[in-house]
Design a protein around this ligand. Structure first.
Ligand code: 4AD
Ligand code: MG
Length: 430
């Protein structure tokens, strides 16, 4: 039986003989004493190998292992204030499971190099903590939607539909025909609300983003709820409740991970509903007040959103965008002509957009007119238009970029660290 290192660090094994298995994290020797730090998926612990306390083989193993070699160790648990974590194993047996070659990540820590050896760098403390955190955050989002009566329904990844416009579509050859990698599962989720009421997709979306920024990926994970009978107001309420739930639960239950990532839980504790709300026009004025440069009618760029949210402590909804700069499926606001019943939720502290949502056009003539304005022929999306012919109902939905959400929640600088193998304009390897 092997103990997990976290069990030792909890202090319940003092004086006991235990076996652990893991990888060499650090190594230091002085004469007849070898200090090594072993890590497993749960933690790190120091082990002390004394030449006169182990057989020759163990001594040789402990002296020759490399960083990241895999090992098993037997020893007695001792309290030691000087050891990281406060505990040490006094080793009686040290086996090398796989010595391998010297680990290539040691001195060169340049960004490009670390991205080239991403498959190895995933073992780092930082990335391991991020992916544990991501797992919990995604679980809490799903948990909330499940409690609210949503069904998860998978959308296709290969499609003919241009959900978010042609400029970021990845085209693929499809048995002699052309198709696209999905930009969003939304249109398909809309078809599912008639049978299931409230649904969500959790799947990758693909964007041929030509821009190189700290928040764009070519492949990202997209959480897309779609709800029958929901107004845009109901939609925004759901979004803020969902985000509050996931962030609060995470801040409460994973203080350890936040500490590891140097993210102050107090910052997250302030993320309480209601979130902030601002009309599009006011938001443009605000960007200009803050030293940015925007015209009314323009869309916000990464820098504008950073300006708008830098000083905020909770997310900000921007609503009533001009219909011209938003997607074809969005319902006009009868109270403010020329604008749509849509909102973006921007994450605070300079992170910017993490959710885009809207009320959908649900009546046939309105949709046909709008599609024409957007130059969309009904042919490729006849099935979507069809949904408006039979018992159509008002409905709304939104899409959350999981990596954007994780980036903000964990206070990370670059989106690439929120996904194990990031795909960007300059990188598809490893
Ligand atoms: O605002 P977007 O383009 O909206 C849609 O795709 C809608 N069809 C969603 C819906 O209503 N079901 O994308 C939604 C979210 C953005 O707010 C952002 O968080 C994320 O997807 N996103 C990206 N994340 C990483 N890299 C990219 N290139 C992204 N593009 C969008
Ligand atoms: Mg958007």
């Amino acid at each position: 039986m092997y103990a997990e290192i976290s069990e030792i660090l909890k202090g319940k094994m003092e004086g006991k003989q235990v076996s652990i298995r893991g990888w060499i994290f650090r190594q230091r020797s002085s004469g007849n004493l070898n200090f090594l730090v072993i890590r497993d998926a749960t933690g790190r612990v120091q082990v002390a190998v004394k030449k006169d306390k182990v057989d020759e083989k163990s001594w040789k193993n402990a002296s020759e292992v490399y960083i990241e070699s895999s090992v098993t160790v037997v020893g007695e648990v001792k309290k030691d204030e000087r050891a990281p974590g406060g505990w040490e194993l006094q080793v009686s047996e040290f086996k090398t499971v796989y010595q391998g070659e010297p680990f290539p990540i040691s001195k060169d820590l340049s960004e490009e190099f670390l991205l080239d050896v991403r498959h190895l760098w995933l073992r780092s403390r930082k990335l391991a903590s991020i992916f544990k955190a991501r797992h919990h955050l995604v679980n809490y989002l799903r948990e909330y939607l499940d409690k609210e009566g949503f069904y998860e329904t998978p959308p296709p990844m290969i499609t003919k539909a241009e959900c978010e416009g042609g400029s970021t579509l990845f085209e693929i050859e499809y048995f002699g025909d052309k198709a696209f990698l999905s930009q969003s599962g939304q249109l398909y989720q809309e078809a599912l609300i008639f049978g299931l009421g409230k649904v969500y997709a959790f799947a990758p979306s693909f964007r041929a983003e030509k821009s190189r920024t700290i928040r764009h990926l070519a492949e990202y994970w997209h959480l897309e709820p779609e709800m029958a009978w929901y107004s845009q107001k109901d939609n925004m309420k759901l979004q803020e409740d969902l985000v509050e739930y996931a962030v609060q639960k995470f801040a409460k239950e994973h203080v350890d991970l936040l500490e590891e990532l140097e993210r102050d839980p107090k910052v997250l504790q302030k993320v309480k509903v209601p979130f902030l709300r601002m009309d599009y026009e006011d938001a443009v004025d605000k960007v200009n007040d803050l030293g940015g440069k925007m015209e009314q009618g323009e869309d916000f760029g990464t820098k504008d959103e950073a300006l708008l949210t830098k000083e905020l402590e909770k997310p900000l909804f921007i609503h009533n965008f001009p219909s011209k700069i938003k997607a074809f499926y969005m319902q006009d606001d009868p109270d403010k002509p020329g604008t749509v019943l849509a909102s973006d939720m921007l994450a605070p502290e300079g992170h910017g957009e993490m959710i885009g949502g809207s009320e959908r056009i649900w009546e046939l003539p309105v949709l046909e007119k709008k599609m024409k304005e957007f130059g969309l022929g009904p042919k490729q999306m006849a099935w979507y238009v069809d949904l408006r012919k039979y018992g159509s109902v008002p409905h709304s939905g939104f899409g959350m970029g999981i990596e954007r959400f994780v980036k903000w929640t964990l206070g990370l600088h670059h989106i690439r660290d929120t996904i194990p193998f990031p795909r960007t304009i300059t990188r598809v390897y490893p």
